[in-house]
Design a protein around this ligand. Structure first.
Ligand code: C2E
Ligand code: MG
Ligand code: MG
Ligand code: MG
Length: 294
């Protein structure tokens, strides 16, 4: 058929396309096996109150313990899962496992009434029909209060939304589920989004924190960004706090909460549980020396 189309037209099967299709097919069956065989793991990174150093939450981060390729980071497979249509299965596993884990920490939840678990959801998932209903069903099945969970959606995810995703998130907000915009500051999104979207939290992308090291104007810039977020009456979490200085500057600028290697690396559930409740007036100078990160 491609040949019959004649000169000047694009042939349907170029070798590199065939290669890409094969790669996608392989990835798809690899991911299906991973779901069936339980090869995914969750790592938990603490979310810390910058003023008090208390742990006020955690972010669940998925990893893939691949039988041949070892421990894979999300960058190596989330995009692929989205492309080959398996992100729904991965996302379902992540949400269910996150809620199961929360239900295993009744003492932690009792001790920290405001503790919330942040779960990343892909744009592809949020836009699907019945997304909100399925999240509420999972919450009910696990016996977890909606207010204990924050769904993190990348700001780019909502740029091309036809309304479906925004409506689902609004209904979830109405049921008490937290909604956060992830990687804020990377997606050219308009500031009016902060007031229009059904969100309660903004996660500053770690490039904004990293800018403090290289650019003397970054501090006043961050101060202004934080002021805008506060004016929109949203909570804010800074990502990528890697040094004492990052922590100090962000705390002084009034940023509520933070996450980063200096405050705590992503670790497995058991290690995470062991670190909560350990309140320090000053965090350790060298972090993660004892706990291998996941
Ligand atoms: P994210 O949601 O922005 O998560 C934060 C990422 O920054 C995590 O990488 C975390 O390990 C890393 N990080 C934390 N503190 C620091 C720091 O101080 N310095 C530096 N350089 N990095 C830090 P990770 O775990 O590799 O995840 C990468 C991305 O993959 C996440 O970015 C998120 O967008 C996505 N992801 C992770 N888990 C899931 C999931 O369950 N579902 C979906 N759809 N996406 C996920
Ligand atoms: Mg990583
Ligand atoms: Mg996130
Ligand atoms: Mg982020």
């Amino acid at each position: 058929a491609a040949k019959a189309a004649g000169r000047g037209t694009v042939r349907v099967f170029r070798p590199e396309m065939q290669h890409r299709m094969l790669r996608r097919l392989q990835a798809s069956s690899d991911l299906a096996r991973a779901v069936a065989d339980g090869e995914f793991r969750l790592a938990f990174q603490p979310v810390v109150d910058l003023a008090t150093h208390r742990v006020v939450g955690a972010e669940a981060l998925v990893r893939w313990q691949h039988p041949e390729r070892g421990l894979l980071q999300p960058e190596e497979f989330i995009g692929l899962a989205e492309e080959c249509g398996r992100i729904g299965e991965v996302g379902e596993w992540v949400l269910r496992e996150s809620l199961t884990q929360l239900a295993r920490w009744p003492d932690l939840l009792a001790a920290l009434p405001h503790f919330r678990l942040h779960v990343n959801v892909s744009a592809v998932e949020v836009g699907r029909v019945r997304f909100d209903e399925r999240v509420l069903e999972e919450l009910a099945a696990a016996g977890v209060e909606p207010s204990r969970v924050v769904l993190e959606v990348a700001e780019t995810a909502l740029l091309h939304d036809d309304g479906q995703a925004t409506r689902a998130l609004a209904r979830l907000r109405g049921s008490g589920v937290g909604v956060g915009i992830d990687d804020f500051g990377t997606g050219f999104s308009s500031l009016s989004y902060l007031r229009r979207l059904p969100i309660d939290t903004v996660k500053l992308d770690r490039s904004l924190t990293a800018g403090l090291d290289s650019d003397p104007d970054q501090r006043p810039f961050l101060a202004a960004v934080l002021q805008v977020i506060k004016a929109a009456q949203l909570g804010v979490i800074a990502e990528g706090i890697e040094t004492r200085r990052h922590w100090q500057v962000l705390r002084d600028l009034g940023c509520d909460r933070g996450q980063g290697y200096w405050l705590g690396r992503p670790v497995d559930a058991e290690r995470f549980r062991a670190t909560v409740g350990v309140t320090r007036s000053v965090p350790p100078a060298v972090d993660g020396a004892s706990a291998p990160s996941l």
